[in-house]
Design a protein around this ligand. Structure first.
Ligand code: HEM
Length: 169
């Protein structure tokens, strides 16, 4: 048998080998898409349950402290996990560390008050709106405690940690 004729390659054989070579080179040297690494945001420890005065609440605005709290209808929530919403530069940053009842009832973040807010002037439908928000937020974020006027109004939670609860404190 004549080996040279055995290995003799036609024009199309060369084209095929060339294409296979190109594909191999492409897979070997093509720039790789950058690997996207998903880094979950580090979560804060659950906060011990506690009642707070407005002054105390105000410290948890995501600027002074990483922890972000917000009150609705006198109930304080730990909304730190929602820092994209409430943290500095977020769309709802004004609510952080504040009583957000009026702002949510009226759907206007500018309505947030710096001092104690008396919400008795809200209409029944605004109060319903605030209640709905309280329910929504309570299903997503831990309840920390009550917003109180005076130190002596604070309850003792015996070191229990805040948790997500629909029903109350
Ligand atoms: C143009 C107006 C607005 C648009 C398009 C908008 C859009 C949204 C969207 C897409 C979400 C996320 C819902 C989800 O988690 O699936 C959200 C959440 C929220 N919005 Fe708005 N919003 C607007 C105005 C407002 C205003 C004026 C307020 C109150 C002052 C407000 C308070 C909130 C709150 C408290 C949340 C819940 C965030 C969380 O899950 O912690 N929004 N909004």
């Amino acid at each position: 048998m004549d080996l040279s004729s055995y290995f003799e390659l036609s024009y199309w054989d060369y084209v095929g080998i060339f294409i296979i070579l190109l594909i191999t080179l492409y897979y070997l040297f093509a720039p790789k898409a950058p690997e996207i690494k998903y880094e979950p945001k580090p979560q804060l420890e659950r906060m011990p349950k506690q009642d707070m005065t407005l002054e105390e609440l105000r410290q948890y605005d995501g600027v002074e402290s990483k922890r972000i709290l917000m009150a609705i209808n006198g109930r304080i929530f730990d909304i730190s996990r929602g820092s994209d919403f409430y943290g500095p530069g977020g769309p709802y940053e004004k609510l952080a560390g504040h009583d957000a009842t009026r702002a949510l009832a009226k759907m206007d973040a500018k309505m947030v008050k710096e001092e104690k807010d008396d919400i008795s002037d809200l209409t029944p439908s605004e109060k319903d709106e605030a209640k709905e928000w309280e329910m929504t937020i309570s299903s997503k974020y831990p309840t920390v405690g009550k917003l109180v006027d005076r130190e002596e109004d604070k309850s003792d939670y015996s070191g229990a940690l805040s948790e997500i609860t629909l029903s109350g404190y």
